[in-house]
Design a protein around this ligand. Structure first.
Ligand SMILES: *Cc1c(COP(=O)(O)O)cnc(C)c1O
Length: 347
């Protein structure tokens, strides 16, 4: 069967998501999921009918939350589908390239590879910021530049001035995508206001993290109306299932937003607890993080990761040397994790 597949597909290794890696335990801090399992009641009827391609209730609700107009919002099956749509809409297979800055989120590379689009990488600087001169020197053939802020897995926010410089540099040449999957934890750092100035800016958002709806698969792309119109040409005819719209609209209601705000605060407190608790352990470096996770460096990251795994504490190993990414889960999960790691280094 493999031989029948496209050559590019044969060569592909699927994205090793936290879920695919598996694990067994009662502390799940490996996928940056929310610890809150909020309840929803389905109110929909008429499942015999197709959904709207871009349901107005959902688009309007997210536009209001993000502070943009409805023509600037596209909804899709998670932010991951937004990544795919941007590459498919703007990159010619075999000719064009995307550019991204590792260490960062893995799906930019996987999506490009799937569509036969070349991948150019310009590593982040030593303080995990954009290397603008190197990006500028590598823009040949690049149609889409991906920037993740807060960056997964390092947790830091990209300098706003650098993003503006990047937008200036790429004008009339390439699309700049700012992946703001975690921006709800630090809304003051959003680049959404730059949409008014830069028609080639696209911002990715999701309900998977701060809205505690990873299983719903609902994301958004914010951009100029012209850019959104291009994406609408390549999106599937019925991308958002009716029950998804129903629940997403509840999450974005006044009550839903109030609950989200409260839970974001709680998770931020738990992140601070993790940071404080782990920082006190000799040899452990906790990097400042603005999402719902922290990148932590241990004397031996692999050993710590494996020992935690065996103890039923599932963390995420990272490409950074001795780095382990730890989600800010419930207070109980964070306490168990800090206790385990403290004991691990004191035994
Ligand atoms: C989780 C994540 C996404 C994917 O979000 P979905 O809406 O669940 O597809 C995109 N980008 C980054 C950086 C993420 O961490």
């Amino acid at each position: 069967m493999e031989k029948l597949a496209r050559k590019q597909v044969q060569a592909l290794t699927p994205y090793l998501s936290a879920r695919r890696i598996g694990g067994e335990g009662d502390v799940w801090l490996n996928a940056n999921e929310s610890p809150y399992d909020n309840e929803y009641q389905l109110t929909v009827s008429q499942l015999n009918r197709y959904s709207d391609c871009q349901p107005a209730t959902l688009i309007d609700a997210y536009a209001e939350y993000a502070g943009v107009s409805s023509e600037q919002v596209l909804t899709s099956r998670g932010a991951d589908e937004g990544i795919e749509l941007l590459i498919r809409a703007f990159c010619e297979a075999g000719d064009d390239a995307i550019l991204y800055c590792p260490p960062t989120y893995g799906m930019y590379a996987i999506s490009a590879e799937t569509f036969g689009v070349e991948r150019k990488t310009v590593p982040l600087t030593s303080d995990w910021q954009l290397d603008l001169p190197a990006i500028e020197a590598n823009l040949d053939k690049v149609k889409v530049v991906f920037v993740c802020s807060p960056n997964n897995p390092t947790g830091n926010v990209m300098n706003r001035d650098d993003i503006v410089t990047l937008l200036e540099m790429t004008q009339d040449r390439a699309i700049v995508v700012i992946d703001e999957a975690y921006i709800d934890f630090c809304l003051q750092d959003s680049t959404v206001d730059l949409l008014a100035t830069y028609p080639h800016l696209a911002i990715l958002r999701t309900l998977s993290k701060a809205f505690a709806l990873a299983g719903l698969r609902c994301g958004f792309t914010l951009a100029s109306p012209e850019l959104i119109q291009v994406l609408l040409k390549v999106i599937a005819p019925y991308p958002v299932p009716v029950p998804v719209v129903d629940i997403a609209v509840q999450a974005l209601s006044k009550a839903g937003l109030a609950r989200q705000k409260y839970q974001v605060l709680e998770i931020t407190v738990n992140r601070a607890y993790l940071q404080a608790g782990l920082s006190m352990i000799p040899g452990v470096t906790v990097h400042e993080g603005w999402g719902n996770y922290l990148l932590v460096q241990f004397p031996d990251g692999d050993a710590l990761f494996k020992a935690a795994w065996d103890a039923g504490i599932i963390l995420r190993n990272s490409p950074i040397e001795n780095g382990v990414r730890i989600s800010a889960g419930s207070r109980e999960e964070c306490e168990k994790t800090v206790t385990f790691i403290r004991n691990f280094y004191q035994a």
